[in-house]
Design a protein around this ligand. Sequence first.
Ligand code: HEM
Length: 216
Amino acid sequence: MKSILSSLWSSIGRKYLMAASGWLLGFFLIFHLVGNSFLFGGRRAFNTYADRLHSLGILIPVLEAGLLVLFVTHIVVAVVLFFENRSARPARYAASRPVKIENWASRSMPYTGLAIFIFLLVHLANFKFGVQPATETGMVRRILSQPGYAVFYLAGFAGLTLHISHGFWSMFQSLGLSHPKYDTLIRTGAVLVSVVMGTVFSLIPILFMVKTGFPG
Ligand code: HEM
């Protein structure tokens, strides 16, 4: 047990932990996006989806506990790697500067990650621990029809788009699923997937702002 834990916490183990938790959080995000997209189908479609989800009974707390473990793992390892990289940087550069592809999406990972964390705290306070109206659409409407929250959510989705656009590419690297030949393809695919996801998420508060009576 001790040796499993110490290999998980080795420098390569932490990279795997980061990538694996990232992949699983990505699957949650896709599932959540598909679920939220029922709002585009109208009030009945979304409430039926939410009722089906809630009827999963005991599975729900189990899945929620798993999700919490994933978020905590991803955040704790990210914070440790951030401080390790910072303290290692001067020494490493003094010897030989590593060849590393960096761009503003990669450099902003800790900050977009922090923005998502703040977004999540507000989001959970809104939807998970807030006042629960009779229907799920009632709850979403109560929050997203307030311009302040709508703008806050849009800013959160912008941070999320930037974060996953680099995160998706980085997960391929960490798991050794990359090849210089396919790098442009993976990068373009990652940007495309994240922009589509960010756009669909953003359409929800936008429609609440501009379309009276949404979700119909
Ligand atoms: C407009 C976009 C979004 C809407 C309308 C929305 C809606 C909701 C709703 C209604 C719930 C409560 C589910 C329930 O217990 O009945 C929820 C939970 C949650 N949302 Fe979102 N969400 C959005 C975006 C996001 C994003 C971008 C993330 C992640 C970065 C996220 C992460 C979560 C998490 C972690 C939970 C708690 C899951 C659970 O324990 O049940 N959501 N969301």
